[in-house]
Ligand binder design. Structure first.
Ligand SMILES: [Zn+2]
Length: 113
């Protein structure tokens, strides 16, 4: 489950921010998860609770903003929204798509005390 490793990375980010901004408690961690990132929001919430125990992020709530997958269709010469990688263009059915967004998983913001 790669969500575990991702959550460890998030806890590291939170701890670094805590040192920089000197806060002592994190209430919410807001994540942006792209539709094409292969990251399951539910798994992230579950893993985070386990990984964050006994760290400054203990008890923090994970909030997920899901971003759509976007690809550039070479046949249409425009951006189209796709739900999965290797899907054909929803407009023309072409498979000549280049993914331009939706693969990311990042910490958008932290709500702290
Ligand atoms: Zn197209």
């Amino acid at each position: 489950m790669h969500e575990m490793a991702l959550c460890e990375g998030i806890v590291e980010i939170v701890e670094e921010e805590a040192r920089r901004r000197s806060f002592s408690r994190v209430k919410t961690v807001c994540l942006e998860i792209g539709a094409l990132s292969h990251v399951a929001p539910e798994a992230m919430k579950f893993c985070f609770a386990a990984v964050a125990a006994r760290t400054i992020a203990h008890g923090a709530v994970i909030e997920v903003v899901e971003l759509p997958g976007v690809a550039w269709c070479m046949a249409c010469s425009r951006s189209v929204e796709i739900a999965q990688r290797y899907e054909p263009c929803p407009c023309c059915g072409s498979f000549q798509l280049q993914v331009t967004a939706g693969e990311e998983m990042r910490v958008k913001e932290l709500e702290v005390d």
